[in-house]
Design a protein around this ligand. Sequence first.
Ligand SMILES: [Mg+2]
Length: 346
Amino acid sequence: MRTEIASLGEFGLIDHLTEGLTLTNSSSQYGVGDDAAVLSYKADKQILVTTDLLMEGVHFDLTYFPLKHLGYKAAIVNFSDIYAMNGTPRQITVSLALSKRFSVEDMETFYAGIRLACEEYHVDIVGGDTTSSLTGFAISITCIGEADKESLVYRNGARNTDLICVSGDLGAAYMGLQLLEREKSVMKGANDIQPDFTGKEYLLERQLKPEARKDIIEELASAGIKPTAMIDVSDGLSSELMHLCKQSQTGCRVYEEHIPIDFQTAVMAEEFNMNLTTCAMNGGEDYELLFTVPIADHEKVSEMKSIRIIGHITKPELGCALVTRDGQEFELKAQGWNPLSEKDEK
Ligand SMILES: [Mg+2]
């Protein structure tokens, strides 16, 4: 079934998509339905705001990215930025630009993904906008969150000798993307062949259904650890390390042998004939947390199961480098995914 969006109109579509939404956070005073949402935060809280814009053809490809997953991911990437401040996401607004290609049912599916992410992370949808687009699909999500002033963690707090830690594993989302891109080119003109992703499920999950590390923030709090600096890994470990060190005015050493990589990522890198460490350092979209702690917290972080200590902070004059297994040092380069600079080079 296909219902044209024009049959509902802009306001009708918003009403339809936001039907039955309930507010679960006490700070969400009034959500969708008036000129603005009303939020009410306790006076001792700091308010966090982050926003993200995703463009079809630049940030996602709908030939292999299911709309429900896209909705889920679009919300998750914003939650991740709030957690990276050691905060808690509470509300989002969702703005969409749609071309005629999309039906009401498509938007129901997309919104189901956003709703699911919001349910799982206890975040309220409090507003947004929809408009038409001449070309593709654009998604802008703004997330509002909170933190106590004393628990906020910035990128600029890392100090010489601090330990550098990362959650989960790296490079899998990037390998998932490579896999989907490969299948897309193989599938062209052969619609009846189903690709076989057996044994590669984790890579697809990391690309198509990432999670934000709420659990790590909670674990750190219960272990009594407050990171000195933190950032989420969206553009690749290399690039995030450089942001963190630049803002903290430090250098760093990270050790190739300590970078956490899943088995499936390693198998896939070999299949693609790619350098595994490069994939893990520069892949991006991992949405893991990269943070630093004082050396005194060594024992506490070592006990945390999904945390790896990958290196340490140095004085700024030492620069940022990766130490390979054979002891060589390579200066870190931010090969973070940046379509604008890519275009300039061509
Ligand atoms: Mg971030």
